[in-house]
Design a protein around this ligand. Sequence first.
Ligand code: HAX
Length: 433
Amino acid sequence: MDRLKKIFKEKSDELKVEVKSLLKEHGGKKVDEVTLRQVFGGMRGVKSMVWTASNLDAEEGIRFRGYNIPQLREKLPTRSNDNEPLPEGLFWLMLTGELPEADDVRWLSDEWERRGAVPQHTYDLLDSLPDNTHPMAQLSAAIVSMESESVFSARYAEGMSKHDYWDATYEDTMNLVAKLPRVAAYIYRKSFYGNDQINPDNRLDWAGNFAHQLGYDDPKFRSLMRLYLTIHADHEGGNASAHTTHLVGSTLSSAYLALASGMNSLAGPLHGLANQEVIKFIFEMLEELCTDDPSKEQIAAFVQKKLDSGKVIPGYGHAVLRQPDPRFMTQKGFAERNIPDSKIVNVVWNLFEVVPPILEGLGKVKNPWPNVDAHSGALLVHFGLKEYTYYTVLFGVSRALGVLVSLCWSRVLGFPLERPKSVTMDWVREVIK
Ligand code: HAX
């Protein structure tokens, strides 16, 4: 058993005992009440699942196993000559609850490198798709095609005991995370560089190697990828991509099928696709105003025009957060440290000043502040990655870390098939009488 799996097993054995006795003694305890508004309103805030990897506070933002992003930047191992955390370290932390040592992270980089080969039929499938297939649709199709390699599905077909589900899911998770950057980079080079593919560089870490295979070898871009793939990894369990992965996984679909479903969910413009919509919005604004340095007054007028035409301002608002997203602020910090004079980044910072008061003025937007997607595109554009239809794939590669860790935990804790209750309008009319 490998070193990470061993720690995960030990931790999960402890937690299993705790959960069993907790449910035996307190299983009937009420933890929430549901209002009619929540029933009609996308189940906002309804407490309905356990998610060990991270927790989201409306005011404070995300904490991964208790650590906020500034603490992660301080405590997770880094690559020499870089200050940004390695996503390998976050994966280790989310799975075990323990901060890894530098040597643990090196081991994990090597392990993912060892498991990274992508089946030829996945490349063939991608090659067969029309050029106008959205990169997120390509990612989803590629993940489904790799299901042929699922350890879970193979062992299940052979009659695996339910006590071994966690082990097979761990194997699928490690293999999938290892393969994702190669598949994602293949999609990028195929879609935008005439299928001129770049071989991995085995001396690099997971994120650095991804940057390299995309075709970007600027050390600052590698550094950005390490930070980017860390901060997008998880946002507790209720967001659409996490919840979708959880729901599909609860049917005992393999990690491949569950993750592909989560990616389909991430591909919606109210969720992960907002990162492409933000930069599209900015490009459109700059083109219309015929400047790359619009004034705040010009930006305000453009934002107002969008709102008047019945559109949302992408990158602003959140279902849970009620403050500027710490993931936005972290990216802002990266830009201030590394590329303070970038014009496109400056536009993002001006939007940050202009948009919140306008949204507040509408009187209905619960959170007028920027979310993670408001900043990421401008950083990518600065380094030359301008093909914005690809942006959500980057988000997806990162999000896989959190949702797959949680799938491992769901399997080891034996979470059952998810099946909430729906109601009819007749029931609603009856209940309010
Ligand atoms: N621009 C304009 N109107 C907005 C708005 C925005 N950015 N955010 C919210 N509103 C509107 C809603 O459309 C809603 O209007 P109606 O009552 O007329 O339907 C009203 O304000 C109340 O919405 P809310 O309760 O504040 O927000 P929700 O929890 O319903 O929705 C969303 C949260 C993120 C979907 C929403 O803020 C939005 O559409 N934002 C723009 C898209 C975006 O940035 N999505 C990414 C979110 C983060 C994420 O998941 N990243 O992956």
